[in-house]
Design a protein around this ligand. Structure first.
Ligand code: FDA
Length: 392
């Protein structure tokens, strides 16, 4: 079969690219080895797909080249995707911090993309693995489970390694290497952290305890959001966000009470409730089980009147700077994204085209551009897909 554009990967980036290319009159085929398109879209945002973020800026992305994402993000903005969502009459709402979610279901986003593909004459074939790719005089010869496909342009939109059970593979990285591209080291991002040693022993049975707002910190970076104790460690948005920046051995701190001047508050409480036990006072600010556990392992528990000012102020300081020893992450099994990937040095930032092999493109998560939690990764998938789709 002969097509103008072959896209490998019917995920967010691949479908977006297909729509843009199909609308330009290109003959487009999208193949995916999974049994249905857009599986990660379907499972995203707890089934409601956090499809973009109103506050997207290039600073919300990690990449060895922080400038690379600028051009594509500026040319396809959250407003562009919102216009598409509104044209398809999909109801949505802003949850927090600019994060936009479907009111009903992620299925609506996949349906929208497939309807747009159909209108643009794009063919999507699922359960179609790609076995071999070779460079030919006319472009690319791609051996798929459904036969050989010849294409002028080949777009690699195979995503990252997270959630292998959803069809994630390292195919895009292998193909990049096959054509001489550098692939930067990959690791799990937006992922729960595991604790080790005494921290694991002390806190593992707090699984399920949640704090609505903490501030996680590593180096100069910090994220203010919720945190959740798990059987093996810590999760919740503030932890997932910092996990993309933290690496084993790095210092990790948690401000358990970012909205409180805890030391002053404790001094006031001593005056108001001198006979109260410290752990009960602390339980007014923190979940009771956590307050108790901190008193068993970190602070001692006495009636408030027995604490001196300096002691209470020091405890307050420590509550704002909890040093936590994380041993690692939960890995790709639960990670939302893969950090690293195809080195942007080898790609055009305006078209995503390879600088080494004309007609070859890399888009979406397979590229070394990774967004924060909150709709940023889909916006990169839409924007990079659109950038390539306009030129393939
Ligand atoms: P994506 O992974 O979407 O698609 C890649 C496609 O390639 C898949 O369909 C796969 O089957 C196919 N493929 C892989 N190897 C292949 C091969 N060898 N041959 C053929 N096909 C192959 N982001 C966000 O912005 N908001 C959110 O709410 C969420 N929520 C979320 C929840 C969970 C649980 C996860 C795991 C991830 C998120 N994300 C997210 C991240 C987001 O899903 C992700 O960044 C994008 O889907 C990336 O889009 P891509 O198109 O690049 O890859």
């Amino acid at each position: 079969m002969k097509v103008d554009v072959l896209i490998v990967g019917a995920g967010a980036a691949g479908l977006m690219c297909a729509i843009a290319a199909g609308q330009r009159g290109r003959r487009v085929l999208v193949v995916d080895h999974a049994n249905r398109p857009g599986k990660k879209i379907l499972m995203s945002g707890g089934g409601r797909c956090n499809f973009t973020n109103l506050g997207v800026t290039p600073a919300n992305y990690l990449s060895a080249n922080p400038h690379f994402a600028k051009s594509a993000l500026a040319r396809y903005t959250p407003a562009d995707f919102i216009a598409l969502v509104e044209r398809h009459r999909i109801a949505y709402h802003e949850k927090e911090l600019g994060q936009l979610f479907c009111d009903d279901s992620s299925k609506q986003i996949v349906r929208m993309l497939l309807d747009e593909c159909a209108d643009a004459g794009v063919r999507v074939e699922t359960s179609c693995a790609v076995e071999r790719v070779r460079h030919t005089d006319e472009g690319f010869g791609v051996l798929t489970a459904h036969g050989e496909v010849h294409a002028e342009s080949l777009v690699v939109a195979t995503g990252g390694l997270s959630i292998p059970s959803m069809g994630a593979t390292g195919f895009g990285y292998e193909l990049a290497r096959q054509f001489g591209h550098a692939v930067l080291p990959v690791r799990a991002g937006l992922v729960p952290l595991t604790l080790s040693g005494k921290h694991q022993q002390h806190y593992h049975d707090l699984a399920g305890v949640a704090l609505p707002v903490v501030e996680t910190r590593t180096g100069k970076l910090s994220f203010r959001a919720g945190m959740l104790f798990t059987h093996r460690g810590l999760s919740g948005p503030a932890v997932l966000q910092i996990s993309s920046y933290w690496q084993p051995g790095d210092d990790l701190r948690v401000d358990l009470l970012p909205d409180h001047a805890a030391g002053d508050w404790l001094v006031d409480q001593r005056a108001a409730r001198p006979a109260a036990e410290f752990k009960n006072v602390l339980a007014d600010l923190l979940p009771k089980r956590l307050a108790q556990r901190l008193c068993e392992h970190w602070f001692d528990n006495r009636p408030m009147r027995q604490y001196r000012d300096a002691e209470l102020r020091e405890i307050g300081r420590q509550l704002h700077d909890w040093p936590i020893t994380a041993s690692g992450t939960e890995g790709y099994r639960t990670a939302e994204v893969t950090l690293g990937g195809v080195d942007t040095d080898g790609l055009s930032s305006s078209t995503m085209q390879s600088k080494l092999v004309p007609g070859l493109y890399f888009i979406g998560e397979v590229v070394d551009v990774t967004g924060w939690l909150g709709g940023y990764n889909f916006q990169w998938a839409w924007a990079s897909g659109q950038a390539a789709g306009q030129v393939v």
